[in-house]
Design a protein around this ligand. Sequence first.
Ligand SMILES: [Zn+2]
Length: 229
Amino acid sequence: MAHSAAFRWDAPLSPVVRLTERCAREPQFPWRGSGCNRYSNPRRSLIVPSIFTHAVVPLILGAAAGRRCISGRLLFVGAVAAMLPDLDVAALKLGIRYQDAFGHRGATHSIAFALVLAMLAALAHPLLKSTAWRSAVFVGLAALSHPLLDMCTNGGMGVALLWPFSEHRWFSPFRPIAVSPLGVTRFVGSRGVAVMASELYWVWLPTALLSLALVVGRWIEKSNPPDQA
Ligand SMILES: [Zn+2]
């Protein structure tokens, strides 16, 4: 089956992913019914942290750093850069396979792609009301956070982090984030709740704690100005 060849799971599998694989392998299971619901259709169940979770990382951290450090425009562009890599799902509609260089989690999930976005941000820094370096670093790191989070999900294929030098798909050795269907409209029911809970715990909570540390650090700095004497 084309689906089972395209979706090779090479990591400890969650029950949902095991079900997905079973559906792909056994044509007698329709995509709906027999336990194979629309979430378990491999064409639809593209395994990602949800798109808004990707945006949350630069949004919260950038906001915690303060407007003087990260302008509102730069914050917005950073959030967009963090979501942008998943544009590659459009490739599936064009017939490009998941595991191809330009398939899902391919070229747009590479360090090279993040660097390109960083360079564009540096060029556009006057529009972003920030310095070239700050724009490049913030947007580049925001874009890079996307594949790094995808690498921590417990399903799907890894990310082509080193494209164009290598098309190998990489995973993190630690993969606690639950698989998630792509698309907000599919984010319903108990499965959606489970995925959201996983992302809240493994992504939102550490990001919020890090942001809190940033805010406290800024507050301490403000209340203890350097001695002018
Ligand atoms: Zn992704």
